[in-house]
Design a protein around this ligand. Structure first.
Ligand code: XMP
Length: 179
């Protein structure tokens, strides 16, 4: 699997160290309030798990599934909610977690949905934020790393369902896309 990687952008140690800082910010912002962490599947899974373990306060974890990418590297432009039943969020202070902020469509759509469903507040956290113009006006409250506008995998992020289990964030070799 590592043979498919052209370069490592952010290694495991750097990611985990940075999460300590992100967690401190979250703890300060949510001080005294129970946190409802909502992770967007499947990409947020690894980031959410590592971040939550750095939040030693009462919290609950929920997930929801959306589709905007369909196995490739380009956004389809439409965010579709896939769950028959979404988490109960009325009156809750939410920390919404996603793997990466790209066009902004996913984070904007999910944040808006949670607010419409009666959440008291929605703070957003992403592992990665691509430096580019967004299709939607949205930025995350917590960004672990800013990256350039290139397709990345690892630490939860996939290409055609693979590479999520890599402990680092990296870029695939060109040849992988033509297989
Ligand atoms: P948007 O465009 O809605 O994108 O901000 C958010 C979702 O798109 C996926 N995405 C990526 N997945 N490498 C990936 O593996 C990438 O470089 C990438 N860029 C966007 C991801 O699912 C994210 O939640």
């Amino acid at each position: 699997m590592n043979d498919d990687i052209a370069k490592v952008l952010i290694d495991e140690e750097v990611i985990l160290r940075r999460l300590d800082t992100v967690a401190d910010k979250v703890l300060a912002d949510f001080e005294g309030n129970e946190i409802l962490v909502v992770g967007i599947l499947t990409g947020a899974l690894v980031f959410m798990a590592d971040l939550c373990r750095r939040l030693p306060v009462p919290l609950q974890i929920e997930t929801l599934s959306v589709a905007s990418y369909h196995g490739g590297t380009e956004s389809s432009g439409v965010v579709e909610f896939l769950d028959a039943k979404l988490p109960e969020v009325k009156g809750r202070k939410i920390l919404l977690i996603d793997d990466i902020l790209d066009t902004g469509r996913t984070l904007k759509a999910v944040k808006d949905k949670l607010m419409t469903m009666g959440a008291t507040s929605v703070k957003t956290g992403v592992l990665l934020s691509k430096e580019k113009e967004r299709a939607e006006e949205v930025e995350a409250d917590y960004v672990a790393f800013e990256i350039g506008d290139e397709f990345v995998v690892g630490y939860g992020l996939d290409y055609q369902g693979r590479y999520r289990n890599l402990p680092f964030v990296g870029v695939l070799k060109e040849e992988v896309y033509s297989r």
